[in-house]
Write a new protein. Structure first.
Length: 69
């Protein structure tokens, strides 16, 4: 039995099929600015979706509370 988190019990064919990671090229300042703007946009859209979902749940909980009391 393998302890969790350790790969000491991987089979040989599993180890052979692992592809090595390719090093990423360093970005110039313009590329990094585009990358960070895209990442910020993605994070903002995720936060907006999470807030909308939270507000929907809160509204539904209020409706349930009104019906039961």
């Amino acid at each position: 039995m393998c302890p969790e988190g350790l790969n000491s019990c991987m089979r040989l064919y599993e180890i052979e099929t692992i592809k090595p990671l390719k090093p990423k090229k360093s970005m110039n300042p313009q590329q990094y600015r585009m990358y960070s703007l895209k990442r910020n946009k993605d994070n903002a859209s995720k936060a907006l979706k999470a807030e909308k979902d939270r507000q929907k749940v809160a509204k539904a909980q209020q409706q349930i509370f009104k019906v039961t009391h």
